[in-house]
Write a protein that binds this ligand. Structure first.
Ligand code: HH2
Length: 293
């Protein structure tokens, strides 16, 4: 399979997505995240982990202050700001890789952009507040539009979707139109089917298996399988023990066209991605050697 190459604009930078898989390293500055809860909560530890994530080979750093694990309670605005802003501010000028803020709140996204982040990762995919698109347009920042069923608080109580791929496709079409209407250029947008967000185990597996169908939107794809519960279900392992399961999902995603993988275990996934990318490229070279008739 040939992965399509796209430019991605992140404020003053432009990245070429698709020639190799980019790694987005996760930094959860929360006391209750599902897989690394509390570990990086104090500011100093969060900053140290951010620098380590870059050193381990991440291409992007995603900082979040609100846990989105199933059943998580929403975090008040002031608290979310108190968690993420000092970390973003302390990282200015200390990281070479672009920073993304994982938030659904307008005020948090604005403050993070003013502090220098280059990307807004909206797990509500503009459903919570379309003004996140206005911010992406105003700052020229990249915008991740993710699909979620319900909110983290409610998503496990929803009945399963009768057609998860159709539901995601419909959401992408809607959100892309909303983003365009609010002045966001296509080159600023990344799409993410939102593994684990109100999806059944079978849904998550199907999304990975059919990821290539979302190529129809002509935008790069981000996938976040890292340590998620469908991997726990298949392996019987606790979140921190899901590194090999995550690796399998990362390779599958790459072979179905993922441009960015969002992971906790950056050091390990760097090797996984390198090998998978090399195999993918070998396939492409082989295809280009075929005689044409
Ligand atoms: N998953 C989580 C959070 N943010 N953003 C994108 N774009 N895609 C994802 O799949 C995604 C995301 C949930 O994982 P994690 O950050 O590890 O946990 P928590 O939300 O509990 O902090």
């Amino acid at each position: 399979m040939n992965r399509r190459v796209y430019p991605l604009v992140l404020r003053e930078r432009a990245l070429e997505l698709g020639a190799r898989t980019l790694i987005m390293g996760i930094l959860n500055v929360t006391p209750d995240s599902f897989s690394d809860g509390g570990e990086f909560f104090p500011v100093e530890r969060a900053v140290a982990r951010a620098l380590e994530i870059e050193a381990e080979g991440a291409d992007l750093l995603d900082i979040g202050g609100e846990s989105t694990r199933p059943g998580a309670k929403p975090v008040p605005l002031e608290e979310e700001l108190r968690r993420v802003l000092p970390v973003i501010e302390r990282l200015q000028g200390r990281l070479r890789i672009p920073i993304s803020v994982d938030t659904t709140k307008y005020e948090v996204a604005r403050a993070a952009l003013e502090a220098g982040v280059a990307m807004v990762n909206d797990v509500s995919g503009l459903r919570r507040d379309e003004r996140l698109a206005d911010l992406a347009a105003e700052f020229g920042a990249a915008l991740v539009i993710m699909h979620s069923r319900g909110t983290p608080e409610t998503m496990q109580d929803l009945p399963p979707s009768p057609n998860i791929l159709g539901e995601i496709t419909e959401h992408f079409a809607w959100a892309l139109a909303r983003a365009r209407a609010r002045g966001v250029a296509p080159e600023q947008i990344v799409l993410d089917p939102g593994l684990g967000f109100g999806k059944t185990i079978e849904d998550n597996l199907l999304i990975l298996n059919r990821l290539d169908r979302f190529a129809e939107f002509g935008r790069p794809l981000l996938v976040g399988p890292s340590r998620k519960s469908f991997i726990g279900h298949l392996t019987g392992r606790e979140p921190r023990e899901r590194v090999f399961g995550t690796a399998a999902a990362v390779v599958a995603a790459i072979f179905r066209g993922a441009h960015i993988v969002r992971v906790h275990d950056v050091r390990q996934m760097r090797d996984v991605v390198r090998v998978a990318d090399a195999i993918l490229r070998a396939g492409e070279t082989e295809a280009s050697r075929q005689p044409t008739f």
